[in-house]
Design a binder for this molecule. Structure first.
Ligand SMILES: [Zn+2]
Length: 166
């Protein structure tokens, strides 16, 4: 048995242990893992994109499901807060369609929360944390510079996406 064959045999018989120690290593070195994944993605970008595309084409219902889950989540946060203008006159049972996410610092805005793009949960949460929720009436007044939004509270949600403070 040559060395290569010996090595193969060893890997074969110790597969579970090797996997487990590898898993432990990457859990303890998350930054390295991220960097490794990033480099892997850069090297195989086209192939990965293509297979994601093929999967999406073959499973249109998955995208529909993901969009529905996203819309549900966004509605839950909107309704959980209601309008966050302290002097809102419309305090009542809002319909989610009447509530908007408003970026308190427009320079920090990366994208519109209520768009249709599916993003990673952590990316969505990071974006929501820059926003407050306003009813359509006051959102419009803020947009037209007729209402000061500097005292409106920002959405505070935890990493699971749940509302921390109202
Ligand atoms: Zn309002």
């Amino acid at each position: 048995m040559d060395r290569n064959e010996q090595h193969r045999q060893y890997c074969k018989t110790h597969r579970e242990q090797l996997r487990e120690s590898e898993r432990k290593y990457w859990t303890a070195n998350r930054d390295k893992k991220r960097e490794k994944d990033r480099r892997y993605y850069q090297r195989h970008k086209e192939r990965i994109k293509e297979s994601v595309r093929q999967y999406a084409d073959a499973h249109p219902e998955k995208r529909a499901e993901a969009l529905a889950a996203l819309a549900n989540y966004i509605d839950r946060i909107k309704l959980g807060y209601g309008c966050r203008n302290p002097s809102c006159k419309w305090k009542s049972d809002f319909h989610p369609a009447c509530l908007d996410f408003h970026h308190l610092d427009p320079s920090q805005k990366k994208y519109r929360i209520s768009g249709t793009a599916i993003r990673k949960r952590e990316v969505l949460i990071a974006e929501i944390r820059k926003c407050t929720v306003l009813c359509a009436i006051y959102h419009r007044l803020v947009t037209f510079g007729l209402l000061d939004d500097s005292n409106f509270p920002v959405c505070e949600i935890n990493d699971n996406g749940d509302i921390l403070t109202k």
